[in-house]
Design a protein around this ligand. Structure first.
Ligand SMILES: Cc1cc2nc3c(=O)[nH]c(=O)nc-3n(C[C@H](O)[C@H](O)[C@H](O)COP(=O)(O)OP(=O)(O)OC[C@H]3O[C@@H](n4cnc5c(N)ncnc54)[C@H](O)[C@@H]3O)c2cc1C
Length: 374
């Protein structure tokens, strides 16, 4: 790949925006095109979790830790990211879940993740809002929180000025050597195109399906909700024992002994993650739907389950749900041998497609963009 001066980034989500940040750091001029007036994809619909705790040992946790460093560094110069090194607690409510937490706390890389096993009293010392029945918790000091609804405009504000041009409401419809054309007919000349279309695999990205098929990139739909602001602060992000069934870090000897989850959690692939926003609201999720066509409506049974789980851990009713939404991300297929952590390919000379980071995309975006330039 030959880099010279001017880069067009397509896609205003976190991957596109972090590529713009890393390109500007290297002195390239950037034109940043987004089809919507403001990004509306997975990057603004997520928890804002910079999530190191559940990552697989080795390359995956390495990528997440590097990204976490970059988020913290950016958080120091861009206060609008709302970066908070809050950590997280994954909670056990029975002996089988506690056993998995103990095994995780004994992992060789537990120190890098900042893992510490807590008894119920210690859990409440760290996060006094957790008043429900608990068997214990796993503190992860490396986990952090950012504000997804603010982060992208804040990063663009930081980039704004010489060398960076944000062009919303421009859908890229054609890619030619050294230029892209948007739907208004305008051409944008460049030396390199970085295409970050998120989970949109039609339109201009449609012609690169064969590259995506190589990594079996697929799409996943999630349901989320958010409460009205709470006066009490939660000092950490929170996950429940259902998450031990899904995250690769917890693929440990105790996992097969975990009891089955209730049918609604099984059907909707639900796990509880709970993050407090800067204004006090609680973002609560999530579910996982893999079969397309996706539902166009949201499933209230899943919300009832997540609400009950949240109230059990907090030991109190949660405030009124103010917002509900669903989001879709793309991820590299789980059945690929030597599975990459995300998809990157040079789909044409001078055109690089980056997508498929899955449920770790918000976490890893700065490190993925750094790797593209490396
Ligand atoms: C509900 C939910 C919760 C999540 N929680 C977390 C979390 O807490 N932590 C974490 O690490 N990850 C999380 N993820 C995953 C993470 O959000 C995604 O991996 C990440 O945001 C993907 O970023 P992206 O830039 O690739 O995609 P997107 O955010 O979808 O952005 C792609 C952008 O490209 C634009 N676009 C597409 N085609 C064109 C075109 N032709 N021309 C111009 N623009 C175009 C789209 O309009 C869109 O704005 C979550 C995802 C969801 C859905």
């Amino acid at each position: 790949m030959r880099l010279t001066h001017r880069i067009v980034v397509v896609g205003g989500g976190v991957l596109g925006t972090m590529h713009a940040v890393m390109a500007r750091r290297r002195g390239y001029q950037v034109v940043h095109l987004e089809r919507e007036a403001e990004a509306r994809g997975a990057s603004v619909r997520n928890f804002g979790l910079v999530w190191v705790s559940g990552r697989r040992a080795g390359a995956e946790v390495g990528l997440a830790l590097r990204a976490r460093e970059l988020w913290e560094e950016l958080g120091g110069t861009v206060p609008g990211l709302g970066f908070r090194p809050a950590g997280s607690i994954t909670l056990a409510t029975d002996d089988a879940e506690l056993r998995v937490l103990k095994e995780a706390a004994a992992l060789p890389d537990a120190d890098r993740r900042g893992f510490e096993l807590l008894d119920p009293q210690a859990v409440r010392q760290v996060n006094p809002a957790l008043r429900g029945e608990l068997a214990g918790g796993l503190l992860c000091r490396a986990d952090a929180i950012i504000e997804p609804r603010q982060a992208l405009p804040a990063l663009r504000g930081y980039l704004n000025g010489n060398g960076y041009e944000w062009r919303p409401e421009r859908e890229v419809v054609e890619i030619a050597p050294n230029a892209v054309r948007d739907h208004t007919g305008a051409w944008h000349q460049c030396d390199l195109v970085i295409l970050c279309p998120g989970a949109t695999f039609t339109g201009v990205t449609g012609r690169y399906q064969a590259f995506l098929a190589r990594d079996r990139v697929r799409r996943v739909r999630l349901q989320m909700m958010q409460t009205a602001p709470l006066a009490e602060r939660l000092t950490t992000a929170v996950a429940n024992g259902e998450s031990l069934r899904y995250y690769p870090a917890y693929d440990l000897p105790g996992r097969p002994q975990l009891p089955p989850v209730p049918p609604v959690a099984e059907r909707t692939r639900a796990q509880l993650l709970l993050v407090q926003r800067a204004d006090g609201a609680l973002t609560i999720g999530d579910t996982h739907e893999y079969a397309e066509p996706f539902a166009f409506d949201v499933d209230e049974d899943a919300y009832d389950h997540l609400r009950a789980r949240a109230e059990a851990l907090l030991g109190a009713p949660i405030t009124r749900i103010q917002r509900r939404w669903a989001g879709v991300y793309s991820e590299v297929g789980p059945l690929v041998v030597g599975r990459a952590l995300y998809h990157r390919s040079e789909v044409e000379p001078g055109v690089v497609l980056v997508t498929g980071p899955g449920g770790r995309g918000m976490t890893c975006a700065p490190a993925i963009a750094e790797e593209t330039f490396r």
